[in-house]
Design a protein around this ligand. Structure first.
Ligand code: ACO
Ligand code: ACO
Length: 150
């Protein structure tokens, strides 16, 4: 697997990006502000992440996704560790993530990588998304903020 920055003349892999965030409008907005990285294998793109600077010190991973038939094999963890490495080498020292209250597997992955919960934005997904998002039989309403010092 090779991880590389998406070039400006390449089309972002929206099928993957929309797995992590159902709002195409929000995805397009943060891709324009940040940097998109893709993971490739012989048969094509299998993963993606987008990092966006928030301040001089802080960067946020706004989107991370692995194609459905390759999930659960350690690729997401590799992508997250690579995103942290990129942020660190670009001089950032705080790395943030926001995810849904219903994203149980994602919350497990982030905490296994050392992230700590730093806050909750109540009703974020109710206010910013037109559709009801359900995961693990739970409605996604609140955004759980996590942070790692890098
Ligand atoms: N309980 C405990 N641990 C769990 C659970 C669970 N329910 N679910 C997952 N995990 C753990 C796994 O055991 C593994 O840890 P380990 O390495 O110690 O065994 C880790 O979490 C998952 O690791 P990977 O196999 O690397 O994960 P994967 O390749 O599936 O990638 C990802 C994770 C990116 C979340 C993928 O499942 C995906 O694309 N999901 C759909 C899109 C999505 O929800 N993206 C995140 C949205 S939030 C955001 O983008 C900021
Ligand atoms: N992902 C998604 N859903 C899950 C997961 C998971 N990883 N784990 C459990 N669930 C869901 C189940 O699917 C089920 O939902 P459903 O009815 O929609 O299918 C529900 O959570 C669990 O339901 P039960 O089977 O009724 O739970 P159980 O009889 O196992 O009781 C309890 C839960 C009390 C937590 C039990 O596991 C236990 O005694 N654990 C050890 C003690 C403990 O941790 N207690 C809580 C500490 S906090 C406190 O006491 C305030």
């Amino acid at each position: 697997m090779k991880i590389r920055k998406l070039q400006h003349d390449e089309v972002p892999p929206y099928d993957l990006l929309l797995l992590a965030d159902p709002s195409r409008e929000l995805v397009e907005a943060y891709i324009a502000e940040g940097e998109c990285y893709i993971a490739e294998e012989k048969d094509g793109i299998i993963g993606v992440f987008v990092i966006v600077p928030l301040t001089k010190e802080t960067v946020e991973i706004k989107n991370i996704a692995v194609c459905e038939d390759k999930q659960g094999r350690g690729i997401g963890k590799k992508l997250l560790l690579e995103a942290i490495k990129v942020a660190k080498s670009n001089g950032y020292n705080i790395f943030e993530i926001g995810t849904g209250n219903s994203s149980i597997g994602q919350l497990a992955l982030y905490q296994k990588c050392g992230f700590r919960i730093s806050g909750v934005i109540k009703d974020f997904f109710v206010q910013h998304y037109d559709t009801v998002i359900m995961e693990n039989g739970i409605q996604c309403k609140d955004m759980i903020r996590l942070r790692l010092e890098i």
